[in-house]
Design a protein around this ligand. Sequence first.
Ligand SMILES: Nc1ncnc2c1ncn2[C@@H]1O[C@H](COP(=O)(O)OP(=O)(O)OP(=O)(O)O)[C@@H](O)[C@H]1O
Length: 884
Amino acid sequence: MTEATGIVGEFFSLKEETDADVLTMQCGDFYEFFGEDAELVSDELDLKVSQKSSHGSSYPMAGVPIDDLTPYLKALVERGYRVAVADQYETDSGHAREIVRVVTPGTLLETTDADAQYLAAVVDGSSTAGRDGYGLAFADVTTGRFLVAEADDAADALTELYRFDPVEVLPGPEARGDDDLLGQVRERIDAALTLHETERFAPKRAAHAVREQFGEETVDRLSVGDPAIAAAGAILDYVEETGTGVLASMTRIQAHHGDDHVTLDATTQRNLELTETMQGDRKGSLFATIDHTETSAGGRLLKEWLQRPRRSLEALERRQESVAALSSAALARDELQDALDEAYDLARLASKATHGSADARDLLALQNTLGVLPELADAIANDPDLADSPLTEIVDRPDREAAASLRETLEEAIADDPPSTVTQGELLQYGYDDELDEVIDRHEAVKRWLDSLADREKSQYGLSHVTVDRNKTDGYYVQVGKSAADGVPDHYEEIKTLKNSKRFTTDELETKEREILRLEEQRGDLEYELFEELRQEVAANAELLQDVGRTLATIDALASLATHAAENRWVQPGLHREDRLVLEQGRHPVVEQTTEFVPNDVRMDEDRGFLVVTGPNMSGKSTYMRQVACIVLLAQVGSFVPAKEAEIGLVDGIFTRVGALDELAQGRSTFMVEMSELSNILHTATDESLVILDEVGRGTATYDGISIAWAATEYLHNEVQAKTLFATHYHELTGLAEKLPRVANVHVAADERDGDVTFLRTVRDGPTDRSYGIHVADLAGVPDPVVDRSRDVLERLREEKAIEAKGGSSNEPVQTVFDVSSGQFRGPANADGGEPAEEENGETVDADAKAVLDDLESLDVNTTPPIELVSKVQALQQRLEDTE
Ligand SMILES: Nc1ncnc2c1ncn2[C@@H]1O[C@H](COP(=O)(O)OP(=O)(O)OP(=O)(O)O)[C@@H](O)[C@H]1O
């Protein structure tokens, strides 16, 4: 390509300066894209491309008017591009341009999405000498929220990332080499990955940046390790470098300590469908079901509560107290919600003010929202139950006097219905500023003179059909109807003839025109100056606004919990730190919305900590177990729960393993995913955790499956001692209840009469031995011959009779039986003439199989780590297969 000069040359040299994917450069009233960037935006956004010639070559060019840039920027960033914006400025010799900001998914201020928009950094400190684990930082530039967190390992780090669901992630120096972590971030979290310069993560430099931003004491106060500080420092640097201009709205940094919160790994958050369903829909998620918030900030907070349930009994009881008071005070709740309905997103408005993009309408919104706070305070004070609850403390948390005074300032300043442009005046109230009042007086006087000019001319010169108006080409003019145009006085100067009228001007009118234009400009400039001061005053109050915003959001979220509880007959659960979980007539919070739900009881305690849940296919096992998990989670959010009565021992983590739907796309086999999830649970769960296992072992051969399920049950029961619900179709496992003291059987009942199966959805104590899988196959339309033959095979299996393979070349029958009492398999009968059979415990076993059994016997399931156990069992099975 020939060396371009002029504008195109300037564009290309700016493009070289930036690592952004796309550059847009201001040229007068347009932002232009050139070369490949023009083609890219034309493909992505349907912008028209023309050709610009420079130095004998021609370059593709596309442009948008200055005022229309925002939606294009947003669209490009949402498609994953980083866009550099170069603005034009005046120089002595003409114009020059420089890049003023780089817009990325995590620094996009122009979002219209109500969700939080986190920019995250993740630093792997596990390879450094101190072995500090992982450090993470999260910042939402649209609200100024800033958090740091720590994680023990990559899986934990991923859990935190999943919890905050960032739109952009900056991996630190080591983390950027971790393909597995980055792959998961890209696919599961769908975040853009940005490689910010590695030296920006250097611990000393980062600590300095954190102190500069949040104060000298910050690093000590947070008491987090170097990696978390490095992550925070890198984010601050990145936000500054991208030129977002919102650093001032980041007033506070908080440490998010995993210990205060219930561990909810990424898998569990998905399995419980907290914020979206397995299919990826928002509707049908737990959050969408219980969300009755009035404001987007309230919605964001409620979602955060669900994703980060608490472990502190005191904190939860306080939330419960507020929810209880609000749920019984229906009228006061309505009043609060009506007031909240008027509230805008204060944190976002504060961030816009800091960035300098808030207009007068934004400040008006801010003023009105500040007015909501005293309304809430009054409604709370006027209801004795609410006044007595922690709500009083919540509403008093922000500095109410400062908020009232800022509101008063805004009320005195901002006009009642200001325009959205900030340069053309009419933003401010009369009486706000003396100098401005003077300009307004003079402006209004000239306006009045102009408004009354037509009448004056009519009466003075006896003219009819006279109007006075202005337009761009003619300026101010007197327009006189054709019939009267000949009678105008001599000092009228004609400027235009139209079909039915003529336009005139006069010296006096021209003088007034000059005056009004000057006054308009003066007023616009002065108002802009005053408005800018006001905006800076608002920006200086960012922390106060965030405090008020947080209070409004908290009351909104609490009122939402109360509304849902009141409308759905939820009850306040008794919370305690003991190992006991009792639900009387519990229901699934989401399923009960769409189904005539059959409530079920749950009883778990020290002597009954592991429930094996059996029951036919489709009977409701998964629903029952998820219901337990959702209820415990809701209780640890401080919410009421769907039950007649509930008593809940707080847990430190909720772990689930249920059927995986979407993992195949990621190139991991279903079984591999199942095993790594199981492995994670066996390693991480504690005796205070709740574990939900749905059909572990299903993804492999039956024998492997049963063996793994069996061994995992023993390990969870003996070693981990977590409260566990385990649904299985391996009825063999029900035998464990007789052998392991804390294991109990429950089953979901079904009624079978004359071959018809009715699902009762009722959970009862004891095991079941029927799956009715064939019944479900029949319901699903599997062809009759297959269904009939299945019944036949099942019958023979039950009677431990041999089955021949229909249509096979050999008539050799096959027989496999699992012996519950020994916990072992009886392999195929000695049908193929292998080693001579031996007698063992009265059973017939060949020599190779005997050797395998001996090895199996010597395997200590209580001390062998579960995954090793799995691989040993697999090796034994391989040997069995080889002997066949
Ligand atoms: N208590 C209940 N009241 C009403 N409907 C229920 C109840 N429990 C489950 N259901 C409904 O029954 C259907 C099957 O439930 P679920 O998926 O829990 O069965 P399952 O036993 O886990 O099945 P499978 O063993 O085939 O995985 C779902 O559509 C669910 O909505």
